[in-house]
Design a binder for this molecule. Structure first.
Ligand code: NDP
Length: 241
């Protein structure tokens, strides 16, 4: 897949899956505009990864909209930023729930609105990939707010797919299983829990960021021109186990 001459917005490009997506896109010729939070990551993205980087807290509505507009013009959008907090359902706080929905569900909506408005105004085609999770299909203990936030994101993906496709903009979701990133360390560092999860993955391993990035890039590309509104697991068969 050749992304020469294409500009791609990648949220959450500072670490983990987003960082690998940005690296791969640059390698394949794209100009990457990274939206992420930590200053050190913004510097590294500019100096080491060859990206344009905008520092933003995606939990902040106004800052998110401003950053999305500043990232334009762009050909493609990848909503990859996400966050999690582990709390059993009965102890899930309203504050944590709101924080997760703000970053995992609301921010992708805001960024996609600005991106799509721009494309429609310019009469250009495009594609959006929202990075969801197997957690939107499966109830994972201690992940109530996270599962809900990703389920909400899937709803957005499907509505975007219907409303934006007539304008030439496709929208799809990618659903990784446990992927070896800083987030996975936070959620799966308990060896007993990790072993239980691993057992349910027929290919016998967790995902690498590159496993997810390849699928994201395929869904953006013209090779996937007829793929719209899908929820694509990248889970080594976890969903059928
Ligand atoms: P990481 O925690 O490794 O990286 C997440 C990136 O998103 C970081 O750069 C982080 O910046 C950024 N980010 C988080 N919150 C904000 C915010 N409020 N404002 C701006 N940037 C923010 O996560 P992963 O790479 O593992 O996850 C990427 C996506 O994949 C997420 O949507 C996640 O839900 C999903 N996913 C991950 C899985 C996994 O096992 N790793 C499994 C399934 C789905 P900073 O560090 O500066 O906050």
């Amino acid at each position: 897949m050749d992304f020469n001459g294409k500009t791609v917005i990648v949220t959450g490009a500072g670490k983990g899956i987003g960082r690998e997506i940005a690296r791969m896109l640059v390698e394949r010729g794209a100009d990457v505009v990274a939206l992420t939070r930590s200053a050190a990551d913004v510097d590294a993205l500019r100096e080491e990864a060859g990206c344009r980087a905008i520092q933003v807290d995606l939990a902040d509505v106004d800052a998110t909209r401003k950053a999305a507009i500043a990232a334009l013009p762009a050909d493609f959008l990848i909503n990859c930023a996400g966050t999690t907090e582990l709390q059993p359902f009965l102890e899930t706080t309203v504050e944590a729930f709101d924080r997760l929905v703000a970053v995992n569900t609301r921010a992708p909506m805001i960024v996609a609105q600005e991106y799509a408005r721009f494309l429609i105004k310019e009469g250009r085609k495009g594609a959006i990939v929202n990075v969801s999770s197997v957690a939107s299909f499966v109830g994972i203990p201690d992940h109530a707010a996270y599962c809900a936030s990703k389920g909400g994101l899937d709803g957005l993906t499907r509505v975007m797919a219907k409303e934006l496709a007539p304008h030439g903009i496709r929208a799809n979701g990618v659903h990784p299983t446990v992927t070896l990133t800083p987030m996975a360390v936070k959620a799966w560092s308990d060896p007993e829990k990790a072993a239980g999860m691993m057992q349910r993955i027929p290919v016998g391993r967790f995902a690498e960021p590159s496993d997810v990035a390849e699928v994201v890039l395929f869904l953006l590309s013209d090779e996937a021109a007829m793929v719209n509104g899908i929820s694509m697991p990248v889970d080594g068969g976890y969903m059928i186990a």
